[in-house]
Design a protein around this ligand. Sequence first.
Ligand SMILES: Cc1ncc(COP(=O)(O)O)c(C=O)c1O
Length: 343
Amino acid sequence: MIDLRSDTVTKPTLDMKNFMLSAPLGDDVFSEDPSVLELEEKVTRLSGMGGALFCPSGTMANQIAFGLNLLPGDQVLGHPDNHVYRWEQGAIARHWGASYKEICTHNKNNSLGILDAKDFESFIQPDDPHYTKTKLIALENTLNFGGGRIYPLGKIKEISSFAIKNKLFLHLDGARIFNAVIESGVSLKEWCAFFDTVSICFSKSLGCPVGSVLLVKDKEDRKKAVRLRKVFGGGMRQAGILAAACIYALENNLDRLKTDHKRAKIFGETLLHNSLFKLEYPVETNMVWFRVKKNAKEIEKRLAEKGLKLLALTDKLLRAVFHLDVTEEDFKKSCELVRLVKM
Ligand SMILES: Cc1ncc(COP(=O)(O)O)c(C=O)c1O
């Protein structure tokens, strides 16, 4: 079975597992796990941020970031399709008592999840006890519910200036930031320079079984983040066995993302030969989101019967994601199947 539902379905390779087996370990709740410390040090250096914290999941890393900066009655501004809002159970309200204002683009022809600074302008609440306090803007890069597209650096710069001017924190859900780094040639440091907090996932396109890192701006925030992780039950003991997989991925799995991106683009071009399909978004990284008139679930079922798993997100929308466990043969077969499938 070829599984293109998500880049989270990968299994650690033998080389990654061997690397994990030989990792030096300690108790990370005592800050004594050498492998966790090495990963956090490496990512801090690569990102130019003030500190890093190893977390079990992207959701936890995102939520700790919000906990650092929000109080009950505060308000977050962000696109309705951001993972932190759409796919985290309303956790911003649940954990921190803050609300989330859905911001859509002013430009309907470009309503693909990417916002401009001016889209936020009319949403800053006045300093008045009747209102919530606007505190933070949340962005995502690459955009999952935006077809894996890269948030343009120029727009991030403008939003960052706007956030600074209005004394707002800026958070990046960078679950797939390395896809943006590899595709754009813009370094992790350059992307991170505009944010107060950044979360990065290693269990998505980088092929690790578990693991995310939260990047923060200074030591004080890292200390607070350690407390928040603990209350989430995220204080892990010999977590170095997991952190080692992330170190391995940083050393071995970054460049190969180009292959996923190339395959996704070819897959996106191939499916256009089938009159059933239209691309939902231009393909920029490892994801292909495409539209059918109806019965996406039926297409999902037919392809699965032939050995290809895709994800039907709605009755009209399908997703294919390329990743480390897809062989060249799988890739060619998946193109062929999607080109020929009929309703
Ligand atoms: C953009 C984005 N952010 C955050 C997450 C959450 O990561 P996790 O599943 O590790 O909690 C995901 C998961 O797919 C994601 O796609």
